[in-house]
Design a protein around this ligand. Structure first.
Ligand SMILES: [Fe+2]
Length: 128
């Protein structure tokens, strides 16, 4: 059974899927069950992954993380997303980009903003 917004990874080929609609079945890739990625919230190493959300004049800026995360060829933040009031905004990143994303949203009508990001080595993280 999957749940909406869960993220799964194939540990053989690297496929990553985001569940848009839940279903009873298990997700399978390369002949084996895909791994459900846990949304981590506790940084313990020297690299920081937890998204930091800041309000701006036009919406929000999400930085990864409290110390900028590396954006190297083999270790970088692949995407940053925010979810709020039934809408999801996502910015795809590549090596060399800044580990941050700015989203223009009307903060007046929004109460809660949840931010997530995916590191190519350390997986899925969410804001606390
Ligand atoms: Fe990382």
């Amino acid at each position: 059974m999957t749940e909406q917004n869960q993220v799964y990874r194939c540990n053989i080929c690297g496929n990553i899927v985001d569940v848009l609609h839940s279903g009873a079945g298990k997700l399978v890739c390369c002949g084996q069950e895909m791994q459900l990625l846990e949304e981590k919230i506790n940084d313990s190493g020297s690299e920081k992954h937890v998204p930091v959300v800041e309000k701006t004049d036009n919406g929000v800026k999400v930085k990864i993380g409290s110390i900028p995360h590396p954006m190297e060829e083999n270790h970088f933040i692949e995407w940053i997303e925010i979810a709020t009031d039934g809408k999801i905004y996502r910015k795809m990143l590549k090596p060399g980009d800044k580990p941050e994303a700015e989203f223009e949203i009307d903060l007046e009508s929004i109460n809660v903003i949840n931010a997530r990001e995916y590191c190519s080595i350390h997986g899925l993280w969410k804001s606390v």
